[in-house]
Ligand binder design. Structure first.
Ligand SMILES: Cc1cc2nc3c(=O)[nH]c(=O)nc-3n(C[C@H](O)[C@H](O)[C@H](O)COP(=O)(O)OP(=O)(O)OC[C@H]3O[C@@H](n4cnc5c(N)ncnc54)[C@H](O)[C@@H]3O)c2cc1C
Length: 508
């Protein structure tokens, strides 16, 4: 059995774990990160991709708003290739007046933004329409704020890559089996490979629980209680980029009130429903959620009602329970960093959770400060100023320029670079690294070629058919809840293309 020693072990390869691995590695610590699936497999790969300006939180949660605008500025500096500077609009519609969110509320919103250090710009309806032609023309007012779009997959991968470049060991498909507890202190982890069941043991002076909503179970293994509030959010992806600026409603947060453009598509979200922890591994989107998102989304941009929906997906926010709010909307999105030694008498164990994608770097800095304190290690955080790597290292080979995915412009070279730089096991992993199959055809034209390319790059050409089948099944799941009209036609077409070569590719 493998047995190794580290300064710090991080459990969870979402953005929080990836950012923490990078920060710890940059400060010179010997780091191991374990992730049971692939990086960005949890909430990090299932969110909206909104680069918050903080305006959404300004009225109710000034602290979160200030954190967001500070990190917004930092991320634009250190991760420009992961960010689109779209800017955002907070719009007021005539019906908002009846619910107390008319232009008086807009004035309160502008004042709260200014207080938090966000620069709001009041626009009249004609100016807003000229800036963003897709916006509901019935609007009675709008405020422009420095929102943007962030690519969560790329951001997470860039943190993992930089952590690795600075000596961190990153093990994907490696689940925490149990914690090693000796003399009331956590001394490391016992792991099991989710690929082949192989077991291993890794020891460290500090273990960081960055397992998102699953952090509750990890804490339980240490004998600590961290009560999570798993708040499911459903989202819809549209077949083209409907809007170029983020569009939000200028009112209390509610379902379907943010439309984010990203790459070639637009995403509407989200709902917020508490789900049992055990359901977080197998989320599905219901028809009612789809209808609600379409109804609310069309209020932001009326053309959504007649735009083809590519797919639906859902994620679970890792919020820490603080009251019995049934939707979780009013729970703070603030950072929760728990030192289990002072809190529960369990040495060598800390939890970092809550927060947002937007504030991951600050979360990582906060928990790495605590880790360094515990290790008596004095090194300053440099992640606010040091740029993340934005290109993959790839030696140019013949055929690298061949385009495999036309919708997302993914070349053979991109696939080889991803395989060389990350542990890519499946086409889903490749999608998270390159966006292959995420565009308007959802893999209809490219996945057979991609499966062959990946299988060959892995030196196992015989795997191509099973890689293809597994990937298409996953896409299918996201198309099922929106399977009508043009989406249904696209699904029929996809089936015909693939059934010709692989009769049992699709399950009902
Ligand atoms: C619907 C929705 C929309 C959102 N929109 C936005 C947005 O627009 N902007 C924004 O800033 N934030 C947004 N968020 C919030 C953001 O996505 C999350 O706060 C963030 O991604 C959490 O990252 P994390 O690393 O803490 O958790 P996760 O990404 O969930 O990572 C936890 C990881 O731990 C792993 N893990 C669990 N158990 C084990 C184990 N036993 N062994 C090993 N690994 C394990 C999991 O596989 C997972 O990969 C949204 C969230 C949701 C759900």
């Amino acid at each position: 059995m493998t047995k190794e020693e580290y300064d710090v072990i991080i459990i969870g390869g979402g953005i929080t774990g990836a950012g923490t691995a990078r920060d710890c590695a940059l400060r010179g610590l010997k780091v191991l990160l374990i992730e049971r699936g692939d990086i960005a497999d949890g909430a990090t790969g299932r969110n909206h991709g909104l680069l918050h300006s903080g305006a959404r939180y300004a009225v109710k949660d000034g602290e979160s708003a200030r954190e967001c605008i500070a990190e917004n500025k930092i991320l634009r500096r250190i991760a420009p290739s992961c960010i689109e500077d779209t800017q955002g609009l907070f719009i007021t519609l005539p019906e908002d007046e009846d619910q107390g969110y008319g232009l008086d509320y807009q004035a309160k919103f502008i004042a709260a933004c200014k207080d938090a250090g966000i620069k709001p710009e009041r626009l009249d309806p004609a100016e807003a329409l000229a800036m963003e032609p897709s916006v509901n023309p019935a609007l009675i007012g709008a405020v422009k704020v420095p929102d943007g779009a962030v690519d969560p997959f790329k951001l997470c991968a860039a943190n993992v890559l930089d952590a690795r470049l600075h000596g961190a060991k990153i093990l994907t498909r490696t689940a925490l089996d149990s914690l090693i507890i000796e003399g009331g202190a956590v001394k490391g982890v016992r792991t099991v490979s989710t690929l082949n069941g192989e077991k291993a043991e890794y020891r460290a002076r500090v273990t960081v629980n960055a397992a998102g909503v699953w952090g509750q179970k990890v804490a339980e293994m240490a004998g600590a209680t961290v009560t999570m509030f798993p708040a499911k959010g459903a989202l819809l992806v549209f077949a083209h980029r409907v809007n170029n600026m983020v569009i939000n409603r200028c009112r209390k947060s509610a379902d379907g009130d943010i439309l984010v453009p990203g790459h070639t598509v637009s995403i509407i979200g989200t709902t917020s429903t508490k789900v049992p922890l055990d359901e977080c591994d197998s989320l599905s989107v219901t028809r009612d959620e789809v209808k609600l998102l379409l109804k609310e989304g069309s209020q932001l941009a009326p053309s959504l009602a007649s735009t083809r929906i590519l797919r639906a997906y859902a994620g679970v926010r890792p919020l820490v329970a603080s009251d019995d709010d049934p939707s979780g909307r009013s729970i703070s999105r603030g950072i929760v960093c728990l030192d289990h030694e002072s809190r529960d008498g369990i040495a060598g164990f800390v939890t970092i959770t809550g927060g947002k994608l937007m504030t991951y770097r600050l979360m990582a800095e906060t928990v790495t400060n605590l880790v360094c304190h515990k290790l008596n290690w004095i090194q300053k955080c440099v992640t606010a100023s040091r740029p993340l790597p934005d290109t993959l290292d790839c030696k140019c080979e013949s055929g690298d320029g061949e385009i495999i995915c036309e919708c997302e412009n993914v070349s053979m070279g991109d696939i080889r670079a991803a395989v060389n730089n990350y542990d890519i096991n499946t086409l889903e992993d490749l999608r998270r690294r390159t966006r292959i199959g995420m565009g308007t055809c959802q893999g209809t034209y490219c996945i057979r070629r991609a499966a062959r390319a990946l299988a060959e790059a892995q030196g196992a050409p015989e795997r191509a058919a099973s890689l293809e089948k597994e990937y298409l099944q996953e896409r299918w799941k996201g198309m099922m809840p929106v399977g009508w009209g043009d989406t249904l036609r696209e699904m029929e077409f996809m089936q015909r293309v693939y059934k010709a070569g692989a009769p049992s590719t699709f399950k009902d």
